[in-house]
Design a binder for this molecule. Structure first.
Ligand SMILES: N[C@@H](CCC(=O)N[C@@H](CS)C(=O)NCC(=O)O)C(=O)O
Length: 233
């Protein structure tokens, strides 16, 4: 029966509370999905900084629980059957924590599927496309003379903002009630506007529903706390 101490990461990044969920992360748009969810649900957790700027994600201890060398990952010492369970992929972490707590994922099968669809839309479209936009618009790829990659990801980001804006017509949140789909989507919208500074090129201000929902998200105390976990320094 696996326990927390069976994972070598628990020796390298020592738990403060071995009963609590161990979060291995960095405050990026994917990383904060997990910390915001932990804050929203009130589950006790220890946040460990896996610095992707210092290649912590390539250490054997981290790779044992996150084989794709990406943050976030968690270990729940009290997983199914009382056994410790490691989980990688932010979408899977959100589903796991929602099911563990019975929060932010409706029990009704049709409503649940609606939330999962928008969660998958974030995982498959919003995150990967916005991430590429960041590379080609703000970071190293911005030096590339050929405008096609940049233009492609700007157009795709605009298209995605349009999809979200339309879905929000008559709704405060992506499926009506606040859910794990919102926790997945809004950190990426914030990153697009504030960190990539791609608001102007994507006509962000023309998507009024998106701007209003982002404000609502950023007003939530649990979101404000989660955005700072784990601290960078
Ligand atoms: N699909 C993954 C993506 C995670 C991801 O891309 N994490 C980035 C930070 S936002 C990372 O760990 N980058 C480090 C690397 O690629 O080496 C998830 O949602 O968990």
């Amino acid at each position: 029966m696996p326990t927390l101490t069976d994972f070598s990461i628990a020796s390298r990044w020592a738990p403060r509370d071995p009963q609590a969920i161990q979060l291995y992360s960095f405050p990026t748009p994917n990383g904060v999905k997990a910390s915001i969810m932990l804050e929203e649900t009130g589950l006790p957790y220890d946040a460990h900084k896996i610095s992707i700027l210092d290649d912590d994600q390539f250490t054997p201890e981290f790779l044992q629980i996150s084989p794709n060398n990406k943050i976030p990952a968690i270990i729940d010492p009290d997983g199914p059957g009382g056994q410790a369970i490691p989980i990688f992929e932010s979408g899977a972490i959100l589903i796991y924590l929602a099911e563990k707590t019975g929060q932010l994922l409706p029990a009704d099968p049709a409503k649940r599927m609606e939330v999962l669809q928008w969660l998958m839309f974030q995982m498959g479209s919003v995150g990967p496309m916005f991430g590429q936009l960041g590379f080609f618009y703000k970071f190293a790829g911005a030096q590339i003379e050929d405008p096609r990659p940049r233009d492609r990801y700007i157009a795709e980001a605009k298209r995605i903002l349009g999809v979200i804006d339309k879905q929000l017509d008559g709704r405060d949140w992506i499926t009506g009630e606040y859910s794990i789909a919102d926790i997945a989507i809004w950190p990426w919208i914030r990153t697009l506007r504030d960190f990539y500074e791609a608001g102007a090129v994507t006509d962000f201000d023309s998507f009024a529903n998106v701007g209003a929902a982002l404000d609502r998200f950023l007003d939530r105390p649990a979101v404000q706390r989660g955005l700072l976990q784990p601290p960078r320094d």
